[in-house]
Design a protein around this ligand. Structure first.
Ligand code: ATP
Ligand code: MG
Length: 567
């Protein structure tokens, strides 16, 4: 495991770049790009690609473009363009004035296609989509040549121009590269370059009714922008031959494509198509639902960009696909929040606690440290009074062995305040439920220390009933019950593995009064409970918190056991 602390760790892509810099292959330039298709919101897998592309450019004094790969008008929307820009910016990266769109190159791409037709390297084909698929062959059988493959250059030029002019129906004709129907690489069997789509494009409107395919548009967009290292995920390994073929046949500037393993994360899906299903079929409350692995979702959940960048650095870049445990992402998050999140007291499931010997009407204000990890974060005032709320879970009428919290006759420390002893329990006569605890406090223990040094092991969080604010708290759990959501019985899909308990909403929670200042996006550690973030639903005195992550770090445990094994 590599550590962010020691600066960027080397990887095979850095090795390639450093070799290219040494040999002067691109005149000492490093120019990368992040090329999202605006057909959905970005997810944590995209964050890996963003950190990699922008990170490499920054480390080698180069540049990184943001390029929208907007070649399919049926699936793309302005909403997605805007969200992508917001997310990249939030992650901490800046594309300067280099915001590009593949659609800006449509005219030039059309001219390149004409050039290939003139060179006898492309032809208009009238086979249907199904026929093209049939003719393509399989991994073990060669394909069959299209009957339209040997059209004359003149006829191809004429038909292609008329395709552009809108003379033909959608699906009736395509432009194909003339390569090799017997190629062992199926990608090279006369791939489609252009298809007819009658849809309004979010940027070019109705100007075009033919649209370039990814493989044709992508390499040429890279070339036009002077990209040096075109980094993509492993699924495109076979497409590299085609990437090179187009650029070589056209004789234009030639970047190099480098593939790396995409991020897969346990307990979640990372595919825009599947994430869109979760949104559209109402399994979640939108792209920014805090349970979603989208950047918008984890931002709302309370993740920090620093934690995500640290995670991307730690997982590194490799050539082999693997699944990263989501516990590692949570570990990076805790690491960061531990440093920056102020501690506050909040009671999620309140139980009234009355201190019988504390003067009625008296209020003491204790100084509480905001973050023991960072004295610079100062202190705040915390009110204490006769009636408090404590966590229902911190009381047991009939405690098990080694119980150090409240129980009849037991003394505990109320953090920052006093030692109190539980004297009496009030129950609901009908249900038998405990509704109130009566305690006495020891006035000699102000600040929470006993002058006689007597041992009190339990330290509880609490809030003053008269001063506390009401809050709603949303607790999240993993979105999927299985580490691999795709592991499903025959004939079913990943939605059967959705966790029915991924969201629990608690109302009537009580939080300390300093949180009156809290604003959407602010992050806190609720003492003993975890990290929480103010949700944008908070408004007009209504306070809503999302639990970002609990305190228990399962990854640190895994790491320690690996270290012990010398792993
Ligand atoms: P999805 O599979 O989620 O639909 P995509 O590849 O279709 O993703 P694009 O918008 O084309 O989405 O992706 C933009 C860039 O992000 C591409 O360079 C792609 O390789 C990269 N990318 C997408 N998913 C991941 C991932 N899980 N890990 C690393 N990089 C990714
Ligand atoms: Mg893609």
């Amino acid at each position: 495991m590599t550590r962010g602390d020691f600066g960027p760790s080397s990887n095979f892509i850095r090795d390639i770049i450093e070799e290219d810099l040494r040999t002067g292959r691109y005149g000492g330039r490093v120019h990368t790009r992040f090329p999202p298709e605006p057909n959905g919101y970005l997810h944590i897998g995209h964050a890996k690609s963003i950190c990699l592309n922008f990170g490499l450019a920054a480390d080698y004094g180069g540049q990184c473009n943001l390029r929208f790969d907007d070649t399919n008008p049926t699936k793309e929307e302005v909403e997605y363009v805007e969200s992508i820009k917001e997310d990249v910016r939030w992650l901490g990266f800046d594309w300067g004035d280099r915001e590009f769109y593949a659609s800006d190159y449509f005219e030039q791409l059309y001219q390149y296609a004409v050039q290939l037709i003139k060179a006898g390297k492309a032809y208009v084909c009238d086979l249907s989509a199904d026929e093209i698929r049939e003719y393509r062959g399989t991994l073990t059988e060669p394909g069959k040549e299209s009957p339209y493959r040997d059209r004359s250059i003149e006829e191809n030029l004429d038909l292609f121009e008329r395709m552009r002019a809108g003379e033909f129906e959608e699906g009736s004709r395509v432009l194909r590269a003339k390569i090799d129907m017997a190629s062992p690489n199926v990608v090279m069997r006369d791939p489609v370059m252009y298809r007819i789509i009658r849809a309004t494009h979010h940027r070019t409107g109705d100007k075009w009714c033919i649209y370039p395919m990814y493989d044709f548009a992508h390499c040429l967009s890279d070339s036009i922008e002077g990209i040096t290292h075109s980094i993509c995920t492993l699924e495109f390994e076979n497409n590299r031959a085609l990437y090179d073929w187009f650029l070589d046949r056209l004789g234009v500037y030639h970047p190099q494509q480098i593939e790396f393993a995409r991020l897969n994360l346990s307990h979640t899906v990372l595919s825009k198509r599947k994430l869109r299903r979760l949104v559209e079929e109402g399994y979640v409350d939108g792209w920014d639902d805090p349970r979603m692995p989208t950047i918008a979702g984890i931002r709302r959940r309370g993740y920090t960009p620093e934690a995500i960048r640290d995670f991307c650095e730690r997982i590194g870049v490799a050539k082999a696909n693997s699944i990263v445990d989501i516990a590692l992402l949570e570990h990076c998050l805790r690491d960061d929040l531990n440093k920056r999140a102020p501690r506050v007291m909040a009671v999620l499931r309140p139980l009234r606690l009355v201190i019988d010997n504390y003067p009625e009407g008296q209020v003491e204000w204790f100084d509480a440290v905001n973050n023991p990890e960072d004295p610079g974060m100062g202190t705040r005032k915390l009110p204490f009074s006769r009636v408090l709320y404590v966590e229902r879970e911190d009381f047991r009428e009939d405690p098990p062995r080694k119980w150090f919290r409240l129980a009849p006759g037991r003394e505990v420390r109320l953090k920052h305040a006093y030692l109190v002893t539980c004297m009496r329990v009030v129950k609901d006569e009908r249900t038998g439920e405990v509704v109130e605890l009566h305690c006495t406090y020891d006035p000699a223990t102000r600040g929470g220390e006993a002058p006689d040094g007597r041992k009190v092991r339990g330290a509880l969080h609490w809030v003053s009933a008269a001063h506390a604010l009401d809050a709603e708290v949303r607790l999240y759990d993993r979105l999927f019950v299985k580490a691999d959501p795709e592991d499903v019985p025959e004939g079913q899909d990943f939605t059967v593995n959705l966790n029915p308990n991924s969201l629990e909403v608690l109302t009537g929670c009580k939080v300390e009064p300093s949180l009156a200042e809290a604003r959407p996006g602010d992050r806190y550690q609720f003492l003993r409970l975890g990290y929480f973030c103010v949700d944008p639903d908070s408004a007009d005195g209504r306070l809503v918190f999302n639990r970002t992550v609990g305190l228990r770090d399962t990854w640190a445990k895994i790491e320690r056991s690996l270290e012990k094994k010398g792993g």
